[in-house]
Design a protein around this ligand. Sequence first.
Ligand code: AKB
Length: 313
Amino acid sequence: MNTTILVLGASGQIGTELTQKLREVYGETNVIASDIREGNAEMMASGPFEIIDATCKETILSVVQKYKVNQVYLLAAMLSATAEKFPQKAWDLNMSSLLAVLDLAKEKHIQQVYWPSSIAVFGSSTPKNNTPQQTIMEPSTVYGISKISGEFWCNYYHQKYGVDVRSIRYPGIISWKTKPGGGTTDYAVDIYFKAIEDKKYECFLSENTRLPMMYMPDAVNATIQLMQEKSENIKIRTSYNLSAIDFTPKEIAAEIQKHVPDFQITYNPDFRQAIADSWPSSINDDHARKDWNWKHNFDLETMTKDILKNLKK
Ligand code: AKB
């Protein structure tokens, strides 16, 4: 059967690059991008685009039927920092969209679902270093509560209705093509833009706050690899831990200074510090490496070189 994909939330940080890659892999007309508002010029020009509110099951179904979609990647979500400001809205968006898509799979309108979870499922009672796949999970943010609930819904739909849903607990994702919005790990993207534009950056986390991170090309590859893996090899139907790099604001600043010697960083922690403090510093992803052969390519040094080279163009 032909793979025809619908991406919900295609204009966001991950959606923009994932959609582009999916179009390269599966063909431009086989990947329908959608969001609540139009995407960038490249996305609009490179394949079909539909305006969809990801919480509206009927609209999703009509697009699924129009294009004979068999896979849905659901990326629409409110991230950790914004969700703390709009808890009810975050809960409604993050949960209604997931349940709508899982129901469409249960009703056999689609065959496969991808839905991202996050390191936000963990909380301050979780072991902080090399955090295992299965451990204490007591998230303290609305976003984290929505992600852990979502994971259990995914597992439930898989166990009870045989839904082929797959998921990754993303660490902070670092990109230069599209900026993230509303996350706690966003500083690690902003810092590169500010290093080029202003040669200085005021960080909203303290200098020694270590968080798990990943460069966008690794995140995109992992996502597509997971979706292409044989179903019997996907042993975890809540969500896979995934790890690449971890660093502190001080360490990323030092790496940038190797290329921009007059770059200066200052620290002014705000409410996001408490969120970051409740998350792991590093993640153990042995299950992903064993079950579907996950490997990352970029470390802090190679990622920094690549980002600065592209931003200087
Ligand atoms: C956020 O900071 O909210 C996200 C995440 C770690 O899920 N980047």
